[in-house]
Ligand binder design. Structure first.
Ligand SMILES: Cc1cc2nc3c(=O)[nH]c(=O)nc-3n(C[C@H](O)[C@H](O)[C@H](O)COP(=O)(O)O)c2cc1C
Length: 189
């Protein structure tokens, strides 16, 4: 199979990582792939904050977890199956938000083009990481940590900055099954 198509198809969200750190040259390669993404008006409205430090990652978890739990309660009636799955993670995992990934990359967007452009950088990063034998996961719950002023200061966020991801990065522990995916809905004209 074409290697790009194969990487796109075989990338999975990874929720278990080896404790082994990711060498910085690989982290840079993943970020450079993000930086190559298309962007409106070629604005490249992103920057990347890489968190590797153990104490900082603990601070992120302490800030994000109560907020993630609060949001989870809101899906209880809307999607009971997903609710139970997430609750199980809270009960079983030491880090049910960032899954103890050794590297957490916040993609920070500024300006009017960020909303459309930054997710493309994120996807490039996830596919590139997969092609390098690394695992990733976009963790929306993880972005909630920035609601804590200390975390906002730690990441040097300014008012008006938008957070995409964060994208977890690490060596995957095992290979998850492909979740069910709907067939593409297409109308030909
Ligand atoms: C915007 C966004 C937010 C997400 N947030 C989370 C999250 O907080 N926690 C998590 O475990 N997975 C999160 N995911 C991963 C999705 O659950 C995952 O992409 C989906 O189940 C499909 O699985 P796949 O990525 O293996 O194809 C997020 C994905 C996206 C795109």
């Amino acid at each position: 199979m074409n290697p790009v198509i194969e990487a796109i198809n075989r990338r999975r969200s990874i929720r278990a990582y080896e404790p082994k750190p990711v060498p910085r040259d690989l982290v840079r390669e993943v970020i450079n792939a993000g930086n190559e993404a298309p962007s409106a008006m070629n604005s490249q409205p992103w920057r990347f904050v890489v968190v590797e430090d153990g104490a900082a990652r603990k601070e992120l978890l302490a800030a994000a977890l109560p907020r993630a739990k609060e949001i989870t309660e809101q899906v209880k009636d809307v999607d009971p199956e997903r609710y139970e799955m997430i609750k199980k993670r809270y009960a079983e995992l030491p880090d049910p938000v960032y899954y103890s990934a050794p590297t957490v990359i916040f993609v920070i967007g500024t300006g009017r083009y960020a909303a459309h452009s930054c997710p493309l950088a994120c996807e490039n990063m996830m596919v590139a990481a997969h092609s390098l034998g690394l695992g990733t996961c976009w963790v929306g719950f993880g972005a909630m940590a920035v609601e804590e002023p200390d975390v906002k200061a730690l990441l040097e966020l300014k008012d008006g900055d938008a957070v995409f991801g964060p994208i977890l990065l690490g060596y995957p522990k095992g290979e998850p099954q492909r979740p069910p995916k709907k067939d593409a809905k297409v109308k030909w004209i």
